[in-house]
Design a protein around this ligand. Structure first.
Ligand SMILES: C[S@@+](CC[C@H](N)C(=O)[O-])C[C@H]1O[C@@H](n2cnc3c(N)ncnc32)[C@H](O)[C@@H]1O
Length: 207
């Protein structure tokens, strides 16, 4: 599925950012969207933060306001090139999330936004295991991603968005019980907080 718009949105950062800004209107704008996962977390200048699947640094930009120790990881060299220009205060690593080149117990916080819906089910499980491995005991994994709308009014908008920009994996995520997967990986998990008619979930999980 998906359309040429998906390729274009990855090729042209202005298009990706415009779409992200438009979608974020449903939660009160992009600044608020980027804060949702961080609510209740303590991040100070020494906190070791990983922005997993950081893209062009859209969330990294907000994370470096709290910590001087932010690392962005992404598999796309083009995205990382843009991230280095957009948010030079972070350091960056080109790698796959399912096989991270980090030692065990390194990060206090692993953050990921709008990325897990791109993963195949087995890949997703492997990524959760890797996140658990690289987090310090007591560290927190925070994620923001799609969720099946609980308010029916949001289904047409979400369906159109997924048809235009996403692939089958995003539809699969809507059917995935992420809290259960996280618990099976070993995390202590709070219930997801839902936004935008339930179409967006924020989960904080502790190692
Ligand atoms: C939709 S973008 C999200 C970017 C950013 N986190 C945001 O909130 O806008 C998804 C990103 O995940 C990256 N990605 C997809 N699969 C990956 C994988 N297996 N390992 C690392 N990065 C991956 C893509 O290169 C892309 O930059």
């Amino acid at each position: 599925m998906a359309t040429i718009l998906r390729d274009w949105s990855y090729r042209y950062q202005w298009l990706y950012d415009a779409i992200a800004r438009l979608a974020a209107i449903s939660v009160g704008g992009e600044a608020r969207f980027r804060q949702l996962a961080l609510q209740g977390l303590t991040i100070d200048s020494d906190t070791q933060v990983l922005d997993l699947c950081c893209g062009s640094g859209q969330a990294t930009h907000f994370l470096v306001k709290y910590s001087q120790n932010v690392t962005g990881l992404d598999a796309s060299p083009l995205s990382l090139q843009r991230a280095r220009q957009n948010v030079p205060a972070a350091s960056y690593v080109e790698a796959f999330a399912e096989n991270m080149p980090f030692v065990d117990n390194l990060f206090d916080v692993v953050h990921t936004s709008a990325a897990l819906h791109e993963m195949q089910p087995e890949q997703l499980q492997q990524i959760l295991k890797e996140v658990y491995r690289v987090l310090k005991p007591g560290g927190v994994f925070v994620l923001v991603d799609f969720h099946a709308p609980t308010n029916p009014i949001f289904w047409p908008g979400v369906s159109l968005f997924l048809l235009l920009f996403e692939t089958e994996t995003a539809w699969q995520l809507l059917k995935t019980d992420l809290p259960r997967l996280l618990i099976e990986t070993g995390f202590d998990v709070e219930q997801p907080t839902l936004y935008a008619g339930g179409s967006l979930q924020v989960i904080q999980a502790k190692k």
